[in-house]
Each structure stands twice: as C-alpha cells, then as structure tokens.
Design a binder for this molecule. Structure first.
Ligand SMILES: Cc1cc2nc3c(=O)[nH]c(=O)nc-3n(C[C@H](O)[C@H](O)[C@H](O)COP(=O)(O)OP(=O)(O)OC[C@H]3O[C@@H](n4cnc5c(N)ncnc54)[C@H](O)[C@@H]3O)c2cc1C
Length: 489
C-alpha cells in the first residue's frame, strides 16, 4: 500500500538535484536546533537550519524559560545555595523516574556549570535574585527558583534542597505569552547568525535521505508545496519537538493526554520521530508526559487537595507539575481544593505568576459535613480527611504527606471547595533514544550513521517525573552535543 505522505527514507541515488547543501543540516529552529547550530558552526561546519514556520523560536520562545541547571552554578553560589553534581543527580534520579536514564543524568549534572557559563557567554542574562514563594514561575524577573519540588517531600529527604530553575531575565514579562524563553532564544539565534549559520524558513522537513551504506546524507523538505532535497555533507540533526500535537501518536503512546490541551505548539507533530523510526530508530519513554495543572500554587499551598474520594494524595507545597502528574496519572484527573476563607483571602492577596489560575470556590459551607454533602462526596470521607489533617496541623506537622510546617495550619470555617477536576494540560516527553553524544540509536543498539537528535523529539533526562527547566535544559545541552557530533560526521 502506498504511503499517504511518504515517510520512508529516500535513496540518495534517486536525487537528481540538491537544492541546498551544507555540512550540517538542522531540522527545527527552537532551543535544540539553535544550540546544535551554534556548536556545529563553532566546530567549523557550514550550517543550514530548516524551519517549518516563518521564524525561529518554536515552543522555546513561548516558554517560561526555566533552564534546569545546578551542581554549583555561579548564580546558585552568588545567591548562597550550595549544590554539587552528586546532589543534583540524587534529586534528578529520584524525581524524574522511574526509568530515568542514569548515564544521561550523570553527564548532564557533571556538565551543568559549564552549560550555565556557555549560556551566559552567548548572551543569556540571569538576574542575581531568588524567588522563594510557591508558584509556577516567578511573576518578576528573578533569575532563580525551585522548579521541581526539591525543597518539598519526598525529595527534601533524598537530596539537599537547592533551587535549579534558572530563568533568563525578561522585561515586561507576561506568563504564557512572553517570558524568559524568548530571552533564551533571542541571544542564541543572534550568536548563530554571527557565526554564519544560514536559515531557510517555511521548510517542512518530510523524510531522510540515505546512501547505499545506510548513512543519512540529507533531508527531503517541502517549501511552498515543492519538494526540496537538502544535502548534509557530515550530519543531520533532528530538533523538531515533541508529538504532543499528533493525535494518533498520543492515542497510541500517551493516552492520558487524549483530549487535553497540548502545552506546546501545533508544529510538534512527531514527524522527526516517525522519520527516524522509518529508518529503524529506537524509542524511549513514549508514555512519559509533563502535566500542567491549572491551580494557583499560592492557593493550593494554603489548603488541602483531595481526590474524587475526598482523600489527600499529594503534599500541596510541592512543584505544581508534580501535583499535575499525581492528579492526571494517578487520581483520574479528579481534584478539589479545600480551603477556609482566611487562607483563601491570604492566597488571593499573595503575588502570583498565574492569577488566571485563581478560581472562585464552587461550594461554600459552614462545616465540613455540609461541604462534603454539597460536593456529593461519600459521607464521612472529607470529614475524616480534614480531621486527620487538622489534628496534626495543630502541631505544624503533616505526617501523612510531609507538607512543610510553615504551611500546616488547621482548616477552619467558613470552608470552601474549588473544583479543579479535569484541569490539566501537558506535553509528551518520550522520543528517539539517543546517546550522550546525541547519536540516534537503531533498534540494534548501534548509532545510525549521520543522524543526530536533541530536544523533545528525543527522550532526554525525564522519564516518569518532570521538573520545570528540564526541556530547555536537555534540549540546549544535548543540542550542543548534536551539533558537535554532526560536524564531525
Ligand atoms: C507555555 C509553555 C511554557 C513552557 N515553559 C518551559 C520552561 O519554563 N522550561 C522548560 O524547560 N520547558 C518549558 N516548556 C517546554 C519547552 O518549551 C519545550 O519542551 C522545548 O522548547 C522543546 O525544545 P525543542 O527544541 O525540542 O522544540 P522547539 O523549541 O519547539 O523547536 C522545534 C522547532 O521545530 C520546528 N518544526 C516542527 N516540525 C518541523 C518540520 N517538519 N520541519 C521543520 N521544522 C519543524 C518548530 O516549528 C519549532 O520551531 C514550555 C512550553 C510551553 C508551551
């Protein structure tokens, strides 16, 4: 049967004319692509980037801009936080698993300080200030924040807490529209341009070109409806993002995200994964997902989150992305925030990067019994949850889930519930299996000659868990490696 949109590799000897040529051809001009382009150019390669849209940026330019870095970066040190590669690794192995790639995480942690310096040397600005409040991001232009639950249970007992969410400084920040991600991309693209990197826009990469030995030697792309053959003399780098917007792939690999908004851009259609699969590439962690949760951390931390059975299931002072994963993946996407009036008013008055996640309570009552009944929960379920929580909160403790003492306050009256059911979005984390040199691995376990990849079309440092900054982090880190490897050929 003929393929509707051909995806199988095309033999090089069938190409009559190469419309473009370069040493290294990079598909996608987001974070992984720009990092690959810079390092390939620095290694002496002539570099051409093919981008599907009419400009650089990708999801990276829309992102909040967290880059997960640690091990004692100059910013961590300047702000008085101690960290080491070993400590960072202990956290990442615990928080990003099960199944996290230990070799990649070790390598990533050991190279993290150098990577921070590389970003700074390439013009990415970080302000020396720390934001310590609960939040998805800092509402201001602070450069450092906890971004993975490092300072909350259970991870604060596994590794010494250190904030690792490094955020480029951004003036006139507007979360979700214009954030630190833009201030990451802009200086990097300017660096690439200075190094002579060329870019062709409105170029939609379609399939790989291979020679008789099975080596990848180019790419077929479509530009304004015409097929274009692009020759890569030393290597091809795939950097086109995740499969969050490929319905069929989400259905087959990450079904918890079916019908949820994609926290991504529509161009993340999984094409690079499919193109490489058609050549025998291996995959990893295709079920792994980042999960955004539309509850304001400043409110969540002051109440208790309960599931559809009225039971607590996560410490409310942890990273909101972990709350999202716990809610969607393990609690059927059912969540209510139970909060008393005084705590609600205090939370509403606090600074927030996500004021649009502040919702009015759906149910309000004088007693927990009344609230439970109005919500339709089984009699006694919420009553016993609040009773146990309050009993220990009186002493500033949460022996059930380990919420930190500063947030443990008994829930009083009047009491309300916010309806946070089905309030999640997400993007996919799985993809091509790659080495620490960003070589794409064949199912046989050997690298596919001439083919490299980075960013969310690959499986990076995350498997079961997630921390904000790991996507821009491993995308830039392994993007650089892909550039170096592709330039060597
Ligand atoms: C609102 C929001 C906030 C986020 N905040 C953070 C954060 O703070 N920290 C973090 O680590 N992550 C964050 N993320 C996730 C992060 O932005 C992405 O995971 C990351 O950008 C992935 O990098 P990438 O290089 O793989 O993809 P991208 O940066 O999206 O780059 C891929 C590029 O490839 C292009 N492309 C796609 N298909 C083709 C094709 N067929 N041919 C040619 N080009 C193609 C795309 O147009 C795009 O320009 C956020 C995402 C969103 C949406």
């Amino acid at each position: 049967m003929a393929e509707a949109t051909p995806i199988r590799p095309q033999p090089a000897d069938t190409i009559e004319t190469w419309q473009y040529e370069a040493d290294v051809v990079v598909a996608g001009y987001g974070i992984a692509g720009v990092s690959a382009a810079i390092e390939a150019a620095r290694a002496g390669a002539d570099v051409l980037v093919l981008e599907r849209t009419s400009g650089w940026g990708g999801a990276a330019a829309l992102a909040g801009g967290f880059i997960y870095l640690g091990g004692g970066t100059p910013l961590q040190q300047a702000l008085g936080f101690e960290d080491s590669p070993e400590n960072m690794k202990a956290f990442m192995m615990a928080a990003l698993g099960p199944g996290a790639d230990e070799e990649k995480i070790t390598d990533y942690c050991e190279g993290s300080v150098e990577h921070y310096n590389w970003l700074v040397d390439n013009g990415v600005p970080f302000k020396e200030s720390f934001y310590g409040q609960p939040g998805w991001e800092t509402p201001f232009d602070d450069g450092l924040m906890y971004s993975g639950g490092e300072n909350a249970a259970p991870f604060n007992a596994i590794a010494t807490p250190a904030p690792r969410g490094h955020v480029p400084q951004m003036a006139d920040k507007r979360t979700g529209e214009k954030g630190g991600g833009y201030m990451l991309m802009k200086p990097l693209v300017e660096t690439a341009e200075k190094l002579g990197v060329r870019a062709e826009y409105d170029m939609r990469v379609q399939r790989l070109i291979v020679d008789a030995d099975g080596r990848v030697v180019g790419i077929i792309a479509k530009q304004y409806g015409k097929e274009i053959a692009v020759r890569a003399r030393t290597g091809v780098v795939l950097a086109t993002g995740s499969f969050a917007y490929n319905k069929e792939m989400v259905q087959n690999y990450a079904p918890r995200l079916i019908g949820k908004p994609g926290a991504s851009i529509e161009e993340h259609d999984g094409r690079a994964i499919r193109m490489a699969q058609a050549l025998g590439a291996d995959l990893a962690h295709m079920d792994a997902t980042e999960v955004a949760f539309f509850g304001d951390p400043q409110l969540m931390v002051r109440g208790i989150l309960v599931n559809g059975r009225g039971q607590r299931y996560v410490n409310e002072d942890t990273y909101p992305g972990r709350i999202g994963q716990e809610t969607l993946l393990r609690n059927e996407n059912q969540a209510y925030l139970i909060i008393d009036e005084a705590a609600y008013e205090e939370g509403i008055a606090a600074d927030s990067s996500t004021p649009f996640f502040r919702f009015q309570p759906k149910w309000v009552a004088e007693t927990v019994e009344e609230l439970e009944s109005e919500m339709g929960l089984p009699a006694g379920a919420l009553v016993s949850t609040v009773e146990v929580y309050n009993r220990h909160a009186e002493n500033g403790e949460d022996p059930v889930l380990g919420k930190k003492p500063e947030w443990c306050k008994p829930i009083g009256s009047p009491i309300a519930a916010l309806d946070l059911r089905n309030f999640t979005a997400g993007f996919t984390l799985g993809g091509l299996r790659t080495t620490i040199n960003s070589e794409v691995l064949h199912v046989s376990g050997e690298p596919i000659p001439g083919l490299f990849a980075a960013g969310r079309c690959t499986s990076g440092v995350c498997a079961g868990g997630y921390a904000s900054g790991t996507s821009l982090g491993d995308g830039s880190f392994y993007g650089r490696r892909a550039g170096v490897s592709a330039a060597k050929g």
